[in-house]
Structure formats: C-alpha cells, structure tokens
Design a binder for this molecule. Structure first.
Ligand code: TXA
Ligand code: MG
Length: 310
C-alpha cells in the first residue's frame, strides 16, 4: 500500500475514534474531528483554546452529504457550480434533522460549510461516514499553519497524527459568505470577492467588522505572529525585519520578500510561512512594505491589519 493510502487509513482510524488530527487543505491546515460527534468537537475547542461561541467550519466531500444537513438556495448553487471545491465557505441554514453536533454551531440554526480542494483530504473525506469540523490548526489568535511542521509547532504531542499534504497552495483561509438572506461577505479569503460578485451578478455587502457578532472569529487580535508588526513601512526598526512584496537586490540578513516579482497570489501563499520564519529567527518586530489593495492583496492587507493589533 502506498504511503498516501496508509496515511489516509490511519487518519480515518483516528477520526472514527473521536480523535483530532491535522489535515491539509488548499487554504491552510485544519484541526479535524468528526462533525457529528460532540466528543470530538469538544476536543477541537479545548486543543485550540477557542471560545465556545466561535463556531467551526464543516468540511464535505460532496453535495449529497451536505443536503442531509443544510437547506440549499439559488445563490448557493450559483457559487457551488463555479467555485467548488475551493476556498469558499458558505453560511447556510441547518435542517431540523441534521446530525451536526450542536457544539459546532454554538447551538445556532446556521452553519459554515465548505468543500476543500486538496486531493488528499478529498480522498479522506470520501472514505468517512461523516463530514469533518476543522478550524485552522493553530492556537486561538495565532497564525494559521501552512505546512505540516507548523501544525506540529502549534500542538506538539497533543495531537497524535498530522496528514502531511505538503505546502498549502493558497496559504490564506477561505472567503466566507453568508447566504442566509442577502449575500454578505463575512471574511476576506483565498477567493477574490470580485469573482463572487460577477457570479452572483448583484451587489455584495461586506460585513468584516471585528465586532460583528455573526463571525465572532473575526476578532481584532487575530493572525498574530507574536511580535509587533507595522504596515506601509519604508524600512525596518532596530533589531527588526523588513518584509517586501517583491524581491530586490538586498543582501541584508533581515530582508525578506513575499514574491519574486510582486505576484499577489504568490505573496499570499508565502505570507504566513515568512511571518513565522521572521519570528523564529529572533527579530523583535516586522515592518511590511505597502501592498496593493486588489485581488488577494485585499486579503493580505486584512490579515496584516489584524496582525498589527498585537
Ligand atoms: O480555509 C479555511 O476556512 C480553514 C480551513 C482549515 O478550512 N478554516 C478556518 O477555520 O479558517 P477557522 O475556524 O479558523 O475560521 C472560521 C471562521 C471563524 O471566524 C468563525 O467565526 C466563522 O468562520 N464561522 C464559523 N461558523 C460560522 C457561522 N455559523 N456564522 C458565522 N461565522 C461563522
Ligand atoms: Mg482560524
């Protein structure tokens, strides 16, 4: 049996036994547990040190399973056809007969769901008899992990297994859209909102306020690298690192860059990894160059604003 298949088998065994494991997605790594099991979901909250009122995203392999738990609508189908599997999370109404643990949604009648694109996770989900609840695999308010070693760094031996699927292709969390009533974006993410707007062909409201009760995870202190970060900087501070969007001739040790030629998708992919690296190398602060506010640049800036609240 190939190592991929034996690792997937192992993952299934842990999940079937209500254990939590690290899983790869195309956005960031998740801390996964059986979404139908309150025992497993409880563990996710306690491992992450996450407040109970901050609900989790449930990950599905396909539509037929989602239909058992959620009420689907026209806007959902428009977006599903175009972008799934992919970095888009939908807020939908729960069906009365849903098996999703009440702890996932903090007893609310709405739930966040998505269809991850990572081939290894898709294989795993296909083998399971339940969807998986998975928040990003980091301790509450810290940076999301984009490689298996990051997950290890966050949880050490507290989790028994990490399904290693390499580096995440997108590197930023999914975009969240509330489809209960008028479509509203609750979190900027790996899918450009202009594409969503085009597909729905109607105006789209943004509700990204950190005080926004419908997405409690959007709190101000979030995505923190653990050292002070400032944006729109021209140079580093004393004992600090400088992070540029584009590579340039600079031999200084404290110079880092997000992409070779300023490509925002590449920058998104590298962002969390490089922020982690800067912190690990012992720098006392991070000064980030101005980043264009379009495409995934919007999401990068959203994360940097939150990271700079430290
Ligand atoms: O890309 C992603 O979405 C990753 C991967 C692992 O799938 N997951 C992720 O999960 O970022 P997490 O838990 O770190 O962020 C989920 C966000 C939180 O801000 C939470 O408040 C919001 O989704 N959320 C979950 N359920 C919700 C609901 N019913 N209504 C509004 N917001 C919800
Ligand atoms: Mg998170």
């Amino acid at each position: 049996m190939s190592s991929i298949h034996s690792n997937i088998k192992k993952s299934k065994k842990y999940l079937d036994n209500n254990k939590c494991i690290g899983v790869p997605t195309e956005t960031v790594y998740g801390l996964a547990g059986n979404a139908y099991s309150s025992k497993a979901v409880k563990k996710i909250f306690s491992l992450k040190k996450r407040p109970k009122n901050n609900p989790l995203i449930v990950h599905y392999h396909g539509l037929s399973n989602l239909k058992k738990d959620c009420i689907l609508n026209k806007n959902f189908f428009l977006l599903y056809r175009k972008f799934c599997p992919g970095p888009l999370t939908f807020i939908l109404k729960l069906k009365k007969q849903t098996k999703i643990s009440k702890l996932v949604t903090n007893n609310k009648k709405i739930v966040a769901v998505r269809f991850p694109k990572h081939p290894m996770l898709k294989l795993l989900l296909k083998k399971l008899k339940y969807p998986i609840a998975a928040p990003s695999a980091n301790i509450f308010s810290k940076l999301s992990p984009v490689e298996a070693v990051d997950v290890k760094e966050e949880f050490g031996n507290k989790i028994k297994f990490i399904l290693d699927g390499g580096k995440c292709k997108i590197g930023l969390e999914s975009t969240i859209i509330n489809l209960v009533g008028v479509p509203k974006i609750l979190r900027l993410g790996g899918l450009d909102i202009l594409k969503i707007k085009k597909t729905l062909n109607k105006p789209l409201t943004l509700n990204l306020n950190p005080k926004n009760k419908s997405a409690p995870g959007q709190s101000k202190l979030h995505y923190s690298p653990g050292i002070p970060l400032r944006m729109n900087a021209k140079r580093e501070k004393k004992n600090g690192a400088f992070l540029a969007l584009k590579r340039r001739k600079n031999k200084k040790k404290n110079f880092f860059y997000l992409s070779k030629n300023g490509n925002l998708n590449e920058a998104a992919k590298n962002l969390y990894r490089i922020l982690r690296k800067i912190k690990k190398n012992g720098y006392k602060s991070i000064s980030v160059e101005k980043i264009n506010n379009y495409g995934l640049g919007l999401t990068i800036n959203d994360r940097l604003i939150r990271a700079s609240q430290f």
